[in-house]
Design a protein around this ligand. Structure first.
Ligand code: SF4
Length: 62
């Protein structure tokens, strides 16, 4: 699975990073970005939880 963050929608709440910091990171500008090319199987469940929990729906599948 490949994910990306739509930074036009991200409000920088940090929830995705808190749920799955192996996949999401808050960048210098205060918005989330995906730091892996492909989400590994071991991180998939947490990454999906983060995607579904994003308050603005900013996390999308590529
Ligand atoms: S949970 Fe959504 S709004 Fe919050 S930092 Fe992550 S991508 Fe941005």
């Amino acid at each position: 699975m490949k994910l990306k963050v739509n930074q036009d929608l991200c409000i920088g709440c940090g929830a995705c990073q808190a749920i799955c910091d192996e996949v999401f990171e808050i960048d210098d500008k205060g918005y989330a970005k995906v730091i892996v090319d492909e989400v590994s199987k071991s991180n998939e469940e947490d990454a999906i939880d983060a995607k579904e929990g994003c308050p603005t729906g900013a996390i999308e599948e590529k």
